[in-house]
Structure formats: structure tokens, C-alpha cells
Design a protein around this ligand. Sequence first.
Ligand code: ADE
Length: 254
Amino acid sequence: MTEKVIGIMGAMPEEIGTITALLTDIQTFEFGKRTYYTGTINGIKTVLVFSRWGKVAAATTVTTLIHEFNITELIFTGVAGAISPTLKIGDIVIAGRLIQHDMDARPLMQQFEIPLLGITYFDCNKTEVEVAEKIVTELTTHKHLEALIDKAELVKFGIVDPQVLVGDVASGDKFFSDNIHKEGLLAELPSILCVEMEGASVAQVCYEYSIPYTIIRTISDTADDKAANDFPSFIKNISSKYSQEIIKLYFNQF
Ligand code: ADE
């Protein structure tokens, strides 16, 4: 049987910082301006890396994880902007499907269709989604959350009972920071819960190499004109702690 090697990608350096603390026997490797941290968590071989931002950065990073480190599964944690009006800052979205909102090869093919794959949405496996749902539901219980994050920080961001949703995530090379673009995306893709800049490219590479993947996104902003204000302090005080705990809980299942 192939040995399990879990790849962990994070879209923010702060998240990687908190997760390296979980690794035993750390070694570092440099490829293409990325640092890959190898080691074990709960005895399981693990490779951790900061993906950088955007679809190309994430796709090259996951390809390196596959070719150089032989990962057998991938987990990606990061933040996203809320597109669905039902989402609030601090809620967590587990991708059920991912779409590249900036892929448009019309009139050669339908808008959003990935050329040559004939795929528009990348589906995540039911098993991976169910595991993620269990972990994130545990993380968002009052008891767990208050042990993890200062009450003052939770109050500051208005985080009371975070929702956990499974659904459609859109990715593309754009940070959404105004209502016009947000509403435009919602009009084109009404089922989208949130937007980020890496997930669907990671999903494409994993699909092409048959690697199971899990993509978990914490809502850091509302993808409108307030987006840039909320972002830095949310990463530092909330999402980097969420990410570390998600990874801890993920490895506890083994
Ligand atoms: N990641 C986090 N917030 C985002 C936003 N508003 N747009 C795109 N990616 C994001």
C-alpha cells in the first residue's frame, strides 16, 4: 500500500507559521521561491507550504507537492470573501464544488468551462467533505472557539455562532473589494457562497493527478468596499488560529 503523505497548503504566511508548530522532525526544502516544510504530525508524513496568492502560484505549488513530495492527499486552509448574503465574518465554508470564475474561452466553449477537460465545476469527494464538516463543526462550538480565541477578538469581529456551510466556491485572480464586482459575480453564479484566489486551480491539478483534496475557507471579509479593512487583523487574530486547529483536528482522525 502507498504510504500516506499529507500535503497542507495555506494561502497566508501567518497560517503556515502556526501550523509549523505542529510538525515534528522538521526539514525544509526550497523549490521555485517556496519553502516546503516536511515532518510528521501524529506520526503521519506531512508537507506544509505557503501557496502564495492566485491561481498560478497555487497550481505550481500543488504540482511540486505531487511531483517532489509524492503527496497522497491535500488539505488547503485559508480565507475567503463572502459572496452569499447569508454569510458572516468568521463563518466557515467547506468547498463542495469549485469553479474558476475568470475562465472564459467563449465562443470556443461555454463560459467557465475548463478547456480540454470539459469540466466547469470540480467536485470534492463526499468522504473528504464529511470529514471536514465534522472537524469544523467541532471547532465552531462555543466551548472550543472560546478556548482558542480571545473573547475580545470574537466580539470585535461579531463572531457569535459561526455557521458551517458546504457549497460552491469560486476562485480567480482578483481580490473582490467593491459591491459592483461582488454583485456581478453573484448575478453570473448565483450558487456561489464565497470567493478566493486559489482553490479551483488546486482542485484542477488534484483532479488531473487523482489526488483527493479538501478546501476549507474561513470568511474574512464581505468582498465589498470594507474588505481590505477587515483583512489583516482577521488573519492575525482569528484565521491563523482557526487553521492551526483545523489541522490539529484533521490529524486527530487518524
Ligand atoms: N480572499 C479573502 N477575501 C477575498 C476577497 N474579498 N476576494 C478574493 N479573495 C479573497
